[in-house]
Design a protein around this ligand. Structure first.
Ligand SMILES: Nc1ncnc2c1ncn2[C@@H]1O[C@H](COP(=O)(O)OP(=O)(O)OP(=O)(O)O)[C@@H](O)[C@H]1O
Ligand SMILES: [Mg+2]
Length: 395
């Protein structure tokens, strides 16, 4: 088992700067996910940890020891790729055994003719078979050991690739989008399996994905990357509940957070559509800010909206999106072209609403996120600093 410490990792490919000095300490046994948009440098970073790519500067330590001078197979890490990288002509058994036959048998013991003669080889092979059997049992692959990869489903191939990583008992598992070739249902299933595997093995997992749901559901901590650096590192709930920047807020959460343009009035009070909210920030009067409201923080205001005691705006229901257990309702703000918001609703509530009708949508100021023009999070001032009482507003 091992912690992984990255210090000031920088990497360029020619003139393209891909990583700009990444610092990241991953605890022993942690499940850490690197998440971020395509091209932000996730694979490059994980390949540097694996030893498949070398950094221009900075250092990688595994288990407290610098490994920069070690080649990939000397690092006690195992990598699982998006493509699985299985050998098509080999059985599942031999695919899983491969890392062990490479490390435990000498070159001549692997030669076809000589290997028949060696008693020592038979002993090593028995050990390898036992190890492969143990891994196959853990991953429920025993009945598939004699098949070739082409005779397996996507999920089964994925498990073989995992088995090939597990059989080496690495200290660190590195996984680069291992689920992205699976269909949606299998992906959900494998998410649970991977999380359980992590618990069972107690090894350090470093997992790359651009799927924020995967990042949120499996990880102890998530590092959100953008353009070669880490924007925010924290638990999934920290990233969801306190996104440090607009980019993090937009990336984490499905449906995406609702963003509304707002401004700062006298005393730092936020104004939305020209009406004051009971929400203030330490920002100069006249500054433009962006208000972020998650889909679950919006609700329908029944009856006369002004009586609800919360701010609200009018919106027209454009589309009801059925997700089975719930609906995502897509609204257009009345009188504001191209400004849409989404809201969650139960199937019963959604059924009672007609498309194209207009509704009052309410929200709590306490659930709002505020970002300045540079996209950085602004903390609301201490309670009591906001002077406005609740004022209804119309879009
Ligand atoms: N061998 C290479 N030579 C030149 N440029 C490269 C090489 N590998 C990666 N890059 C570039 O480095 C940047 C980061 O690539 P990387 O594969 O790390 O991104 P990523 O975050 O894994 O993206 P994705 O989510 O699409 O897999 C990209 O702009 C890519 O084009
Ligand atoms: Mg990648």
């Amino acid at each position: 088992m091992a912690a992984v410490d990255l210090a000031s990792i920088a990497k360029s490919f020619g003139a393209t700067k891909v990583l700009g000095g990444v610092d990241l300490d991953i605890a022993d046994g942690e499940f850490l996910t690197l998440v971020g948009p395509s091209g932000c440098g996730k694979s490059t970073l994980i390949r540097i940890i694996a030893g498949l790519e070398s950094q221009d500067s900075g250092s990688v330590a595994i288990g407290g020891k610098r490994v920069d001078h070690l080649r990939a197979h000397e690092r006690r890490v195992a990598m699982v790729f998006q493509s699985y990288a299985l050998y098509p002509h080999m059985s599942v058994r031999n695919n899983i055994a491969l890392p062990l036959t490479m490390s435990r048998l000498s070159l001549w013991q692997r030669l076809p003719l000589l290997r028949l003669l060696s008693g020592q080889r038979r002993q090593v092979m028995r050990g390898i078979e036992a190890d492969v059997g143990a891994v196959a049992a853990q991953l429920q692959l025993e009945h598939l050991l004699d098949r070739k990869p082409a005779q397996l489903s996507g999920g089964q191939r994925q498990r073989v690739a995992l088995g090939r990583a597990m059989v080496r008992s690495p200290d660190v598992f590195l996984m680069d989008e291992p689920l992205s070739n699976l269909d949606a249902k299998l992906r959900v299933h494998m998410r649970t399996e991977l999380a359980e595997l992590h618990k069972r093995l107690g090894a350090t997992f470093i997992y790359v994905t651009h799927d924020q749901v995967e990042a949120m559901t499996m990880s102890d901590r998530v590092a959100m990357m953008d353009a070669g650096s880490i924007l925010q590192l924290g638990t999934p709930s920290q990233l969801y509940e306190k996104p440090a920047s607009l980019k993090v807020a937009q990336f984490i959460g499905s449906p995406a957070i609702n963003l509304l343009p707002a401004s700062v009035a006298n005393g730092g009070r936020i104004e939305l559509f020209g009406r004051p909210l009971a929400l203030a920030v330490a920002e100069g009067q006249g500054a433009s800010v962006t208000l972020g409201i998650r889909a679950e923080a919006l609700s329908l205001v029944p009856g006369e909206p002004g009586h609800a005691g919360r701010p609200w705006f009018s919106a027209r229901l454009r589309r009801k999106e059925n997700l089975g257990s719930e609906y995502i309702l897509h609204f257009d703000l009345a009188g504001r072209d191209a400004q849409g918001v989404t809201m969650r609703a139960s199937p019963a509530v959604a059924a009672s609403l007609s498309e194209a009708a207009e509704f009052a949508l309410g929200f709590d100021e306490a659930a709002c996120h505020v970002f300045n023009a540079a996209g950085d999070r602004l903390e609301p001032k201490a309670p009591g600093a906001a002077t406005a009482s609740v004022v209804p507003l119309r879009a």
